[in-house]
Write a protein that binds this ligand. Structure first.
Ligand code: PGA
Length: 241
């Protein structure tokens, strides 16, 4: 899958323009999903344009709450996402882990909420620079992965995003990406060896480095922030995949 994560960017018309343009420019392959995660307030308008032009682009949310209802100002639950035909949701993105103080318990509730409502989770994991420098990445990622159960594996994709590479222009090198993706796949294989879980890479992916990253062993797709906002760039990256 190739995912465009808009974060807190764009207007309604930027996103409509993006969906129209990308739908025209991509050489869509059914085995490579093309997903847009707009800001929540634009989920419905994005859904409408996708359906109006019968686009193959799928809708993903950047947010889901861990409970189904209640007094949570600003909350968005899985049922609301279903109302907008949302098929995917980002869970555990480092920006949310950080800003919203999300811990493993909260993230487990979010995963339950998505999976029970038939929404596929893109579960984001990744280490900060100091953990990498200390050579402790695998232990750190294991602690993030430990909330997963064998039953989740039909409903999730893992997004490996080293925090030090997100929005910084710094790239993990090929050898590093390959070894971490191999580690994640081996970890998941121990949970259920029947399932081949997709592991996508994110963190300063751009047109210039996407081919190199996609050629890494065990990289099954990309989660792209900044570079994905331009429909031409995103379409080119999709077409290279
Ligand atoms: P970036 O963001 O491509 O701008 O580094 C990726 C992400 O955070 O999903």
């Amino acid at each position: 899958m190739i995912v465009s994560n808009w974060k807190m960017n764009g207007t309604k018309s930027d996103i409509e323009h993006w969906v129209n343009k990308v739908s025209n420019k991509i050489d869509y392959k059914s085995h490579i999903k093309c997903i847009i995660c707009p800001p929540s307030c634009y989920l419905d308008s994005t859904r409408q344009v996708i359906s109006k032009i019968d686009s193959p682009i799928k809708l993903g949310s950047q947010e889901i709450d861990s409970t189904n209802s209640g007094a949570l100002t600003g909350g968005i639950n899985a049922q609301m996402l279903k109302d907008f035909s949302t098929e995917y949701v980002l869970i555990g993105h480092s920006e949310q882990r950080d800003h919203l103080n999300e811990d493993n318990i909260t993230l487990r509730f979010k995963l339950d909420s998505a999976i029970q409502n038939g929404i596929s989770a893109i579960f984001c994991i990744g280490e900060p620079a100091e953990v990498k420098l200390a050579g402790n990445t695998e232990n750190f990622l294991s602690e993030q992965l430990e909330i997963l159960t064998p039953d989740d594996l039909d409903f999730i994709t893992i997004a490996y995003e080293p925090i030090w590479a997100i929005g910084t222009g710094l790239n993990a090198d090929k050898k590093y990406i390959e070894s971490i993706h191999q580690f994640i796949k081996t970890y998941l294989n121990k949970l259920n060896k029947e399932k081949n879980i997709s592991v996508v890479y994110g963190g300063s992916v751009k047109l210039e480095n996407c081919e190199d990253i996609l050629s890494c062993n065990n990289v099954d797709g990309l989660l792209i922030g900044g570079a994905s906002l331009d429909p031409d760039t995103f379409s080119k990256i999709y077409n290279i995949s």
